[in-house]
Design a protein. Structure first.
Length: 263
């Protein structure tokens, strides 16, 4: 997509060397999200070049994302971006599920093993915003960050791929409590329970994320992707399967290191 097309749905995309930055750029509505934005995110994910090794996701202004743009629930058809979630009700259950699957692709690309994704979270990360942050491998937050899974307050469930990483981050019981109560999780608690990696003053967050990105890209090519692939799904594998994958990955790394040293 062109910069103009991305701007029309509230996104910016910049690549500087091995670091790509995706910015939700609708600060006037606290970077509220729409189906059009999700579809554009999926397109961006498919187009990220292999040279990119870190993807930073952030919101413009004081907030990461306040979640779903409520206009897409407007029965009068005045949805921002032109696509109404309520329009799903006109189709079959299968068609509805298929469309939600398309929306989810705007989140799942952040798990791609080619790069490490980092959510830079200021202010509110609510609902879809919370799930976008959860889609990233790492969450680094400002001390004013606030997370909330608001879906239950609307009679809905989280459906943008956030449930699995939430359970992986904080455990089943805490994840259930966070989702069922729709309460706010503040920055200090987020760090304490493993939801966020670290919290920083508002004027220090940019530098902290930049340092993290530069540290990550300082490794040899393919080390990040090999490590991410090993860790993803490790909890679901048997020890024997994990040992095998470690052996195979290390064999590739020894070969690569030897080749780099002229061996």
């Amino acid at each position: 997509m062109t910069p103009e097309e991305l701007s029309a749905v509230g996104l910016r995309y910049e690549v500087e060397g091995p670091v790509a930055t995706i910015t939700l750029s609708r600060p006037e509505v606290r970077n509220a999200q729409t189906p059009a934005m999700w579809r554009a995110l999926a397109g961006l994910g498919a187009a990220i070049p292999d040279e990119v090794r870190v993807v930073v996701v952030q919101g413009e202004g004081e907030h990461f994302s306040s979640g779903l743009d409520r206009s897409v629930l407007d029965p009068r058809g005045n949805a921002a971006g032109g696509e109404s979630v309520l329009a799903l009700l006109a189709g079959s259950d299968e068609a509805m599920a298929d469309t939600i699957g398309e929306y989810q692709e705007g989140f799942t690309f952040l798990r791609d093993s080619r790069f490490v994704s980092v959510a830079k979270v200021r202010g509110y990360a609510v609902g879809a915003g919370f799930q976008l942050a959860l889609s990233c491998d790492v969450r680094m937050v400002s001390t004013d960050a606030r997370f909330s899974m608001k879906e239950s307050a609307l009679g809905l469930v989280p459906d943008l791929t956030g449930t699995k990483p939430l359970v992986e981050a904080v455990g089943y019981s805490r994840a259930l409590e966070i989702c069922a109560t729709a309460r706010m999780v503040e920055a200090d608690e987020a760090v304490r329970i493993g939801l966020a990696l670290s919290a920083h003053g508002a004027d220090e967050l940019d530098e902290a994320v930049n340092r993290m990105a530069q540290t990550l890209v300082g490794t040899m090519p393919d080390v990040l992707s090999e490590t991410k692939t090993l860790l993803q799904g490790a909890a679901d594998r048997s020890l024997d399967d994990q040992r095998r994958l470690e052996r195979e990955a290390q064999t590739r790394r020894f070969r690569a290191v030897a080749a780099a040293m002229g061996g």
